[in-house]
Design a protein around this ligand. Structure first.
Ligand SMILES: C[S@@+](CC[C@H](N)C(=O)[O-])C[C@H]1O[C@@H](n2cnc3c(N)ncnc32)[C@H](O)[C@@H]1O
Length: 304
């Protein structure tokens, strides 16, 4: 949905656009091409590797480019440090980059045996191995169940807690094997995904406090837009998409008056217009080309 998301931002020469999740710089490159000449591009990522890559691949004459290593939740701070008081577009494409899964060596994938780290920003303190070692059985169950919507959360947590008494869980391969052991074989055979998929996603969300970051970002993002500026979110996880949907609805329809009142008495004014009444999903052709994109959901609003 690269094209669709960038189109939604309505980039034009001279615009000021933020990409809060640079990743492999795919969206960023497309945006930069469209805002030259005279544009300003601000690119952010928590992952140092994404920052280094962006510094290598993003360059254009007639464009001011700022690359920031940090959390998009801190966007108000970054913009004020750059002396930018309003922007014309903000994109975030949340989740993992291909690089993080395939080449970071930080244990994001159950298909590789790597140190169980899962930090997007290696400056943060807590790794996935720390969480698996320190959380109680109840906390592990809640994490797998809430963030991973994992049906066998309690069984998996019980097995991990029993096993870690004899051997600490320090690699992604070890974790994937323990999760597979805990899921009943008949249930695992019926699943289309690897039995450890949801546990890995849940741990990663917990390690990086991803829902807190999204919540903080959504709280202020629209206020950073110039009138007519656009905010566009690509979410992969249903919990994240629900947060975006709810927040966008509140921005567009904030009135809390009962429907029987002839006119609004609460005085809450809309701050944005929905650009996606219905969520946008990738087409079958896009999914065939890139199966990882199958769960992506795109929503956007325009500031009033
Ligand atoms: C799906 S990738 C982005 C791909 C990118 N749009 C592209 O075209 O290549 C997600 C990226 O978001 C980054 N990320 C996730 N949460 C973040 C946050 N709260 N702040 C900054 N970056 C974040 C990850 O480190 C990762 O590099």
């Amino acid at each position: 949905m690269l094209e669709e998301a960038v189109d939604m931002l309505a980039c034009r020469p001279g615009k000021i656009i933020v990409d809060g999740t640079l990743g492999g710089s795919g969206h960023a490159r497309r945006i930069c091409e469209q805002i030259v000449p005279g544009g300003v591009f601000v690119g952010i990522d928590r992952d140092r590797d994404a920052i280094d890559r962006a510094r290598r691949v993003l360059a254009a004459k007639g464009l001011r480019i700022h690359i920031v290593h940090g959390n998009f939740a801190d966007l108000p701070l970054f913009l004020s440090q750059l002396g930018i008081s309003g922007v014309d577009g903000i994109l975030i494409d949340i989740g993992l980059s291909l690089h993080q899964i395939e080449a970071s060596g930080r244990g994001f994938s159950f298909g590789r045996d790597e140190p169980l780290d899962m930090r997007m920003d290696v400056r943060s303190e807590v790794t996935a191995a720390d969480l698996v070692a320190s959380m109680t059985e109840r906390e592990l169950t809640q994490t797998f169940s809430r963030y991973g919507e994992e049906r066998w959360a309690a069984r998996i947590a019980r097995h991990l807690v029993a096993q870690r008494k004899t051997q600490p869980v320090t690699t992604s391969g070890q974790l994937a094997r323990l999760v597979s052991e805990a899921v009943p074989a008949a249930a695992a055979r019926k699943q289309k995904i690897h039995p450890a998929t949801r546990v890995f996603m849940a741990l990663r969300i917990a390690v990086n406090r991803e829902l807190e970051a999204l919540d903080r970002f959504l709280e202020t993002a629209v206020d950073l837009l110039n009138p007519g500026g656009r905010l566009c979110v690509l979410a992969f996880h249903s919990l994240e998409d629900r947060m975006v949907k709810q927040r966008f609805r509140d921005l567009a329809h904030p009135c809390t008056c009962p429907p029987r009142l002839p006119r609004c008495a609460c005085g809450r004014q809309p701050r944005a217009r929905l650009l996606t009444r219905k969520v946008r999903r990738p087409t079958d052709a896009e999914i065939r080309k890139n199966p990882m994109a199958r769960s992506t959901r795109l929503r956007a609003v325009e500031a009033l």
